[in-house]
Design a protein around this ligand. Sequence first.
Ligand code: PLP
Length: 404
Amino acid sequence: MTSNPPISRTSAQLEDRYGAHNYHPLPVTLVRGEGVWVWDNQGKRYLDCMSAYSAVSHGHCHPRLVQVAQEQLSKLAITSRAFYSEWLGIFLARACELTGMDKALPMNTGAEAVETAIKAARKWAYTQKGIPEGQAEIIAMSGNFHGRTTTIVSFSSEPQYRYGFGPATPGFGLVPFGDIKALEQAISPYTAAVLVEPIQGEGGIIVPPKGWLKAVAELCHQHDILLLVDEIQTGLGRTGKFLACEHEGVKPDGLMLGKALGGGIMPVSLFLARDDVMAVFEPGDHGSTFGGNPLAARIGLEALDILVEDQLSQRAALLGEYFHSQLLQLQHPLIKEIRGQGLLLGLELDEKVSARGFCEKLLENGLLSKDTHETVIRLAPPLIINEAEIDYAIRVLAMTLEGI
Ligand SMILES: *Cc1c(COP(=O)(O)O)cnc(C)c1O
């Protein structure tokens, strides 16, 4: 017997009934977006302070991105890397030029870019550094978030991300984020790479001590270890510089980009590296059916061009400072700390308040956000936000805090 899904139920009800429960969405069904605003199926408008975890830095449905995407979509979308295509070379050249890296390898999701970095670092360790095959170690940071593959969750310090998904992939160590002494002690002759986020996003918008990343880079350099910087969330203007590691004058040996690289339209990610690191890959070593497809390359290129032409990094620095100062003026006893850099901000609430419940109230009051780590409210709007829109966010936050 066959039965069609009953159409009398809403899409949200069908999602709950037929979808895996690996997310717990806030009770709203979004149908349209424009710039920093989104609308639900009742026509109610919300300010988006989530930006799909920074994937929508350009704002929803950016006209230039929609236009190039539509043009490319009706011309040629997917070819596979078995052939050259029109935009990939131009996209990779632009990404290398803007990041100071030598070469780039295109993938789709952030986790795939991180997996690519891990494979590159291991093969580099065996073929260039002389570490015995199968012995390479990568040191990551406690509180990290690098994605959800079985290998990546193997070195998560979050028990829920790991529990039930073992056996864990070996070859990873963890040290406390921001602790240079602990890192120095963890380094061994088998260390191939150190993997870091300049600011831990998922981990709760944690900013390390000033000078830490610079010291990590120096340690890596001294010991001939690759510094792999995951800028999937912090990169592309989010923190007020094109790359967050520029705040410390650090140049990574390997760099991961994703999220905003797809212009808020589709998944596009890159692993970028020094020539001698990327040289480990030979035809057949690694790949992706969709990675670097013409549609992704065209959108990625436009996304980079818009970031530069519209000076979105500078905007994030200025508007981030404004947002931060307005948040400080709220001076509410339930706000314990305001953290972050540029337009990657986190509000640490008193433990008495449920961050999830707080986000539900923000939703009622017209603002989208998401809690992270029980007590932190993420405030990361599209980088195109203006002062009046930040004032709106502050009014909603003030009203919501008063209602508790
Ligand atoms: C989101 C994120 C990832 C994973 O990206 P996906 O596209 O979800 O696979 C990796 N690293 C960081 C720092 C992220 O924020």
